[in-house]
Design a protein around this ligand. Structure first.
Ligand code: AMP
Length: 330
């Protein structure tokens, strides 16, 4: 069975973009692959979070993933900092990662621009830590978005470099991976192309959001003055609403409003009301499950313990061989 590794940011709550863009993929993968999903709390140190906040958000994120259906018996769900093996591999790989190639990374350049007062070495070597997360389980596949392609390329570079120096074929070459057909890009409600937690306040619908708040956001979604002639092409903001409708409503409902758009009789207020209703129907069971799961801290901590045990078994095997290949005591 092929091995998949994916990191999860320990910040924010899951929104519909995360659900349809990533979670659905994870739910399928856990059925067919040997999956390691980890909460990337080492990575988050580059922004110096408050320790209490970090601990709480790790639990929060984990409870949302469990509530969505990730099953700790089917996959390995762990906290990155529970695996000292990752930190050790990171140290070793750093000796073969060159400053020049790290400085050329586009995300590093972006970070320099975004946080000029905190350009720490962790930011520079971020791709090495990411490579360690992947190589520590000798992963074959990594579900990544376009923005992470360059990091994955660097992971292959570091893995291959190690192989050439110490043992050919030791680390597999991990490739980018999405399950089945192309994943949807979920649009935001404020007319911006993408739903995201760092966009404006009304842009994202969170899975833990209550009914009234979902309704308020959807009713405020950006629209235009309406179609002027039959069958005209939809402008982006309207297309976005239809994309959302397709995710949570029945085909019949979508067709109903599509027909109304095409014969120019559409009333956006009606469409948004329907969208809000269907979104609430979709989200409510998830938000209830999130609430229940988050309340059971003992269960979450048991999941974390189980994850650590499984992840360390896999990582321990890799590190034993790596240490011996490098000439250290196993
Ligand atoms: P982020 O919230 O940016 O950390 O993203 C976590 C995961 O959700 C990544 O796999 C993203 O590609 C995915 N994701 C985030 N926002 C969207 C969106 N609006 N549409 C589709 N996928 C998304």
């Amino acid at each position: 069975m092929e091995t998949v590794v994916s990191g999860i940011r320990p910040t924010g709550r899951l929104h519909l973009g995360n659900y349809f863009g990533a979670m659905k993929n994870f739910l399928q993968m856990q059925e067919t692959h040997n999956c390691f999903f980890f909460i990337a709390d080492y990575h988050s140190l580059t922004t110096h979070p408050n320790p209490g906040d970090l601990r709480a958000s790790v639990r929060k994120v984990l409870s949302e993933y469990l509530a969505c259906g990730l099953d700790p018996d089917k996959c390995t769900l762990y906290v990155q900092s529970d695996l000292p093996e990752t930190a050790e591999l990171y140290l070793l790989l750093n000796m073969h990662a060159y400053a020049g190639e790290l400085e050329r990374s586009t995300t590093f350049k972006e970070k320099i621009r975004k946080q000029p007062d905190n350009i720490n070495a962790g930011l520079l070597t971020y791709p090495v830590l990411m490579a360690s997360d992947i190589l520590i389980h000798r992963a074959d596949k990594v579900p990544v978005g376009k923005d992470q392609e360059q990091h994955l390329e660097m992971t292959r570079t570091f893995g291959n470099r190690f192989n050439r120096m110490y043992r050919e074929g030791f680390f597999p070459e991990p490739v980018a991976f999405n399950f089945g057909k192309k994943l949807v890009k979920v649009p935001g409600l404020d007319g911006s192309g993408k739903m995201g937690k760092s966009e404006g306040a009304g842009n994202a619908i969170f899975l833990s959001e209550d009914d009234a708040s979902v309704k308020k956001k959807v009713m405020r979604a950006v629209t235009d003055a309406g179609p002027e002639k039959p069958n005209q092409e939809k402008p982006e903001v309207i297309e976005n609403l239809f994309t959302l409708l397709k995710l949570v409503s029945t085909e019949e409902t979508v067709k109903h409003f599509d027909d109304k758009y095409n014969d120019c009789s559409i009333r956006y207020g009606d469409m948004k009301k329907q969208l809000a209703e269907d979104m609430i129907r979709f989200i409510r069971p998830l938000s209830e499950q999130i609430r229940d799961t988050a309340a059971d801290i003992k269960h979450i901590d048991r999941v974390i313990d189980l994850g650590r045990e499984k992840a360390r078994e896999s990582a321990g095997k890799t590190m034993q061989e790596v240490r011996s290949l490098l000439g250290f005591r196993p």
